[in-house]
Design a protein around this ligand. Structure first.
Ligand code: FMN
Length: 326
């Protein structure tokens, strides 16, 4: 299936196409285009937040919160910006983003390139009323000597602007970051993050994990999340595993997302649902490409779904198709 502008975007290298998309969405939001009628069906309440529908944008597309109104205008019930780090950082050298067209997949090793949390929060502060739920995803700087402090700082700053905050310990592109998923590192991190959000308004905190955790790792992460009052778990980020791939870029280093992640993301959702046993709500991400796959995740126990890679291949109309079908 193709969508308008796809052939043009696919003629550009992946990162240039990404920049063009953000620029277009920024313009779209600014003129309040007719796509604006949010698809308000089948909403859900999670952690005291009302989500107008159950499809959200996963982190990483709008890292710097440049296109939030335009993204809501596409029909998302939730938009998650970030990952944002305390200080701006350039990320890894280019090329670092690859379309695997034959596999309907993406490999990225962006490495938390972002303008820093202050710049993004300044943009968010200027936005008016929102059509949906805004999540802010936080992480640590690559050269940080106290990663726990980075997260706590991010949570503390984002709390005034976010509807929810995601603690992202699952990016494969910052060396050592995913070690924070193991206990006792996770206990320390989540205790500090939980303390940092205790203000006038207790902002819901979500934790985002990798699909590469084994069962024991998932059990540890879920227990830590429950112990530290985390409000939901996002399963999952990209994978460093490599199912059979066919595209020329298949051997690039980085996190794999899109269709080849689907089976693993489903399996890890099912595992997390079984382990959490109702004590922690689950949000599913990984290879969701339309209403049928979204439905499967809800049937398996997810409260919400998030998408990213399929937007590259299906185009923005997919968002409404999912929202309407639910
Ligand atoms: C180019 C790219 C950049 C991403 N950057 C982030 C990020 O900064 N933080 C994060 O938590 N997840 C990031 N992700 C992961 C997505 O949010 C999502 O969890 C993952 O891609 C699986 O969903 P999908 O198969 O629908 O893409 C990124 C994914 C892609 C493709």
């Amino acid at each position: 299936m193709t969508y308008p502008l796809q052939s043009l975007l696919f003629r550009l290298d992946a990162e240039t196409a990404h920049r063009a998309t953000i620029a277009a969405l920024r313009g779209w939001g600014a003129i309040g285009a007719p796509l604006g009628r949010a698809v308000e069906r089948a909403g859900v309440t999670l952690a005291g937040l009302h989500f107008p529908n159950r499809i959200g944008l996963a982190a990483g597309l709008d890292k710097n919160a440049e296109a939030v109104p335009g993204l809501f205008a596409l029909g998302f019930g939730a938009v998650e910006v970030g990952t944002l780090t305390p200080r701006p950082q350039p990320g890894n050298p280019r090329p670092r983003l690859f379309r695997l067209v034959e596999d309907q997949a993406v490999i990225n090793r962006m490495g938390f390139n972002n303008d820093g949390i202050d710049a993004a929060l300044a943009r968010i502060a200027k936005l008016g009323a929102r059509r949906g739920v805004l999540g802010i995803n936080v992480g640590a700087n690559k050269d940080s000597d106290d990663r726990v402090a980075d997260y706590a700082l991010g949570v503390g700053k984002a709390a005034a602007h976010a509807d929810y905050i995601t603690i992202n310990v699952s990016s494969p592109n910052t060396p050592g970051l995913r070690d924070l998923q193991s206990r006792p590192a996770l206990d320390e991190l989540l205790a500090a993050s939980d303390a940092a959000r205790q203000g006038a308004k207790r902002v819901p905190l979500f934790l985002k994990v990798a699909p590469d955790l084994d069962r024991a790792g998932m059990e540890g992460a879920i227990q830590a999340a429950i112990d530290h009052h985390i409000d939901a778990l996002i399963v999952s980020n990209t994978t460093i595993s490599r199912p059979a791939l066919h595209s020329p870029h298949r051997n690039e280093t980085g996190g794999l997302s899109g269709a080849p992640l689907r089976d693993l993301a489903r399996a890890k959702l099912a595992e997390a649902v079984a382990i959490a046993a109702g004590a922690l709500p689950l949000i599913s991400a990984g290879g969701i490409d339309g209403p049928e796959e979204a439905r499967r995740r809800f049937d398996a126990g997810a409260v919400l779904v998030q998408v990213y890679s399929a937007l590259v291949y299906q185009g923005p109309a997919m968002v409404r198709a999912i929202a309407k079908a639910l």
